[in-house]
Design a protein around this ligand. Structure first.
Ligand SMILES: [Fe+2]
Ligand SMILES: [Fe+2]
Length: 192
């Protein structure tokens, strides 16, 4: 799939989850809020990885001005911190809805800049074949990308597929309660 189509599809999927949360906001349906939060954490963590490891580096190399990408990395950084706080917060917490709302505002702002400012420049600078190749690589990395936020880990290569893989395995293990694996990874320099 074309890299820009893939990223836009991800943006649309996450925005759908945001709308689901907004519909729930005034409810006390904590189980459903937690389900939506978990999906948001997973989808944004994977999306950030494929952009940081493949899309942004390719764009930086090609465009003369890399400010858009550097700003994007800083926005990712803030989003990942917020995700890491949300991850451990019960939906009944006083600040949960407010934190989710700020996350949604931050992500919508960031997605707006990508789609309106950055993507047109990328479309002009790459051939369709190049964008298709990049999209295929990003699709392949998706299955190996961490499913949880790691705001302390490097956000530029070489935090590459090889290093991402053990984190991914650990993330899935943590989800199903295998905390030993999670602790082992936390001891590595890249783990968080
Ligand atoms: Fe992004
Ligand atoms: Fe994005």
């Amino acid at each position: 799939m074309n890299a820009l189509s893939l990223l836009k599809q991800d943006h649309g999927n996450v925005d759908h989850l945001f709308s689901r949360f907004e519909a729930l906001r005034s409810d006390a349906n904590d189980d459903e809020k937690a389900r939506v939060r978990d999906l948001v954490v997973e989808q944004l963590s994977v999306h950030a990885q494929i952009e940081e490891q493949l899309f942004y580096p390719a764009v930086r190399e090609r465009l003369d001005d890399d400010f858009d990408v550097l700003e994007g990395l800083e926005e990712h950084h803030i989003v990942k911190w917020t995700l890491s706080e949300l991850e451990g917060m019960p939906p009944s917490a006083e600040r949960f809805d407010a934190k989710m709302t700020v996350l949604i505002e931050s992500v919508r702002h960031h997605v707006g800049e990508e789609e309106e400012d950055l993507f047109p420049k990328v479309r002009a600078a790459f051939t369709v074949e190049e964008l298709n190749d990049l999209g295929e690589a990003m699709e392949a990395l998706k299955s190996a990308a961490p499913t949880r936020p790691h705001p302390r880990s490097p956000d530029t290569p070489p935090f590459n597929t090889l290093l991402a893989l053990p984190l991914t395995v650990a993330d899935r293990a943590v989800r199903i309660g295998l905390s030993l694996v999670g602790r082992a990874v936390k001891m590595t320099p890249l783990g968080h």
